[in-house]
Ligand binder design. Structure first.
Ligand SMILES: Cc1cc2nc3c(=O)[nH]c(=O)nc-3n(C[C@H](O)[C@H](O)[C@H](O)COP(=O)(O)OP(=O)(O)OC[C@H]3O[C@@H](n4cnc5c(N)ncnc54)[C@H](O)[C@@H]3O)c2cc1C
Length: 383
């Protein structure tokens, strides 16, 4: 029997599951998600869960503000607790250029209504008294940023989507994109084709490969980032803000009374998600520069995931003009978990009505062809 759908979504991460839910919320009936693995087994399940309003463009700040409202409504809307902990986000600046960038961003964020401020080294010491602050000139701090639970949120969207009739095919790989006369007609998969007039590429770090299958350049590259957690540490009993040492592209936050800290980020693009345990000592050494107390801490676990990096560290959202029916929701460049809820809602609006309630046209794929890309410097592969 021929399998059909109105919309096929490739990828069951936060973006694919959120989009499926919102499509049904907005009236779609025949929606299918196809994932080569399991729900939330990609980057979403490996994420640090960070949610911040401290971005450098008005659009990203707006997407954060809307997403935060959606995270807050999840218990009523989806019946799941997203575990949103507003511990704050603290960015650390080590050069005058970084201080100037932070000042400029804070002014923009404040104009957008974000409760954020520049902080002095003395303020920073009060926030993270156990940290070594040599070389830190200033910081920016927003107490209403924080982190949530990626698995619970994604499973919440998946369950709600299923209740509304969405078919989720796990362990079924998309192996080709079916096209006829310049438009999408479905996907080929490891267990037969699914015919559909609309296909959404929400394949995270694999979005570039899906683009290749469709004969369209989707400029998303995978980069591995390793994370480690420690067993509980007394100094972390009162949870510190998620702290980003911007200059060193390194961060930490609390995790179940211990510390979650970032390990190495690969310079070269790779799909490898192995943890390099033989380099653990080096990662701890790097962490001890800011957190001397980690020298005595016991490592609990480590994992690695793939950032899905676009050329300007901004998401790629929208239709692909040269292939009717083909959409991309990818290239989130390390902030796809936090923007996942609003991205799902806006992509659903775009697919069903051709319009969106927030103008996301600046994030369209054509920006890379017309030279209109805008760098998001506060991302730089961070949480
Ligand atoms: C270590 C780390 C920390 C991070 N921390 C944060 C953070 O603090 N805050 C934040 O907002 N973001 C963070 N991110 C980024 C965030 O995880 C991603 O932006 C987000 O999860 C992207 O969601 P997604 O649904 O697009 O992709 P994914 O969750 O990767 O889902 C894509 C799915 O597509 C499937 N797929 C791929 N190819 C195929 C195919 N051919 N056929 C079928 N299925 C396919 C995959 O199996 C996968 O399940 C972090 C990422 C990493 C790696």
């Amino acid at each position: 029997m021929t399998e059909t759908a109105d919309v096929v979504i490739i990828g069951a991460g936060i973006v694919g599951c959120g989009l499926a839910y919102h499509l049904t919320q907005q009236g779609a009936t025949a929606v299918a998600i196809v994932d080569k693995d399991l729900i939330c087994s990609g980057s979403t399940g490996k994420s640090a869960g960070g949610i911040r309003q401290q971005f450098a463009t008005e659009l990203n700040i707006r997407l954060s503000l809307e997403s935060i409202r959606m995270f807050e409504r999840m218990p009523e809307e989806l019946g799941v607790d997203p575990g949103f902990r507003k511990v704050g986000y603290l960015f650390l600046a080590s050069t005058e250029t970084e201080v100037a960038l932070f000042r400029q961003n804070v002014a923009l964020q404040q104009r957008c209504g974000v409760q954020v401020e520049m902080v002095t080294p003395e303020d920073i010491h009060r926030l993270i008294p156990f940290a070594q602050l040599d070389g830190i000139l200033a910081g920016s701090y927003c107490p209403t940023d924080g982190y949530a639970a990626p698995y619970e949120v994604t499973m919440g969207y998946a369950a709600a989507a299923r209740r509304r009739g969405v078919r989720i095919h796990e362990q079924r790989a998309v192996t080709g994109i079916l096209r006829e006369s310049g438009r999408i007609v479905g996907v080929a998969t490891s267990s037969g084709p699914i015919h559909a007039p609309v296909v959404v590429n929400a394949a995270g770090a694999f979005a570039g490969l899906i683009g290749d299958m469709a004969g369209v350049e989707v400029p998303v590259k995978p980069y591995r980032r390793q994370l480690f957690t420690t067993h509980p540490i007394p100094a972390f009993a009162a949870e510190p803000p998620l702290t980003i040492d911007y200059h060193r592209n390194w961060y930490f936050r609390g995790e179940l009374g211990g510390c979650l800290f970032s390990g190495p980020k690969d310079e070269a693009s790779t799909f490898n998600t192995n943890v390099e345990w033989e380099h653990l000592a080096e990662s701890v050494e790097q962490a001890v520069v800011r957190l001397p107390l980690l020298a005595e801490a016991e490592i609990h676990r480590g994992w690695a995931g793939l950032y899905e990096i676009s050329p300007d560290s901004n998401a790629i959202l929208g239709s692909v003009p040269e292939l009717a029916g083909f959409y991309v929701a990818g290239g989130h460049s390390g902030h796809g978990f936090q923007h996942g809820p609003i991205v799902g809602k806006l992509m659903a609006e775009l697919i069903l009505t051709g319009r969106t309630s927030i103008d996301i046209s600046a994030l369209g794929i054509q920006r890379f062809r017309t030279g209109n890309s805008v760098l998001e410097p506060m991302t730089m592969h961070q949480a």
